[in-house]
Design a protein around this ligand. Structure first.
Ligand code: ZN
Length: 200
């Protein structure tokens, strides 16, 4: 399947002051659009044209770096927009997901601490994740466009720690951006939706 840039699920200024209109305009309209456009060019002749996005990400990993980088980033950003919402974040976590966080990750506070630490310590560009692997919730980090799909896991929450995601609003203060993401932006209902699907 070819890639299409989705609309943001909220207005460009809906996440301010935690993520500004300017950041979302650049991040969505320029960066994500470039992954979609370049991905579509690189998909032609790759032999993966008829596959789903997830299959393209997994099928190109380690084999077709150009296609993988763009397809991976398209997948990551498509979810990233939905992983945020106005007045999100905090501890309003649906019950089933919260129980799993308690049993696998030592509670919500510890999970947030580990998630933020994974994002802060990812050297250079990349992502930090909450993912389901072998039936358990795990926290992880990946470089560049990689994601848990290529490591045998299913991502349920990810935070983009490329500078393009925070430099306009936070300059070099990546930990402050991660704290704002967790405290004010995470759409826990969407995380729960992906968790329920992954746990089946
Ligand atoms: Zn990004």
């Amino acid at each position: 399947m070819s890639f299409t840039l989705p609309e943001l699920p909220y207005a460009y200024d809906a996440l301010a002051p935690h993520m500004s209109r300017e950041t979302l305009e650049y991040h969505h309209d320029k960066h994500h659009k470039a992954y979609v456009d370049n991905g579509n060019k690189l998909l032609v002749g790759s032999g993966l044209e008829d596959k789903s996005l997830e299959e393209i990400v997994k099928g190109s990993f380690g084999k077709n770096a150009g296609l993988f980088n763009n397809a991976g980033q398209h997948y990551n950003h498509m979810h990233f927009w939905k992983w945020m919402k106005p007045n999100g974040g905090g501890d309003k976590i649906p019950g089933k997901l919260k129980a799993k966080i308690d049993s696998d990750l030592g509670g919500v506070a510890k999970m947030k601490e580990d998630f933020a630490a994974a994002g802060a310590t990812q050297f250079g560009s990349g992502w930090c994740w909450l993912a389901v692997k072998d039936g358990k919730l795990i926290v992880s980090k990946t470089p560049n466009g990689e994601n848990p799909l290529v490591h045998g896991a299913i991502p349920v929450l990810g935070c983009d720690v490329w500078e393009h995601s925070y430099y306009i609003d936070y300059r070099n203060r990546r930990p402050d951006y991660l704290k704002a993401f967790l405290d004010h932006l995470v759409n826990w209902d969407y995380v729960e939706e992906l968790y329920s699907a992954a746990a089946k």
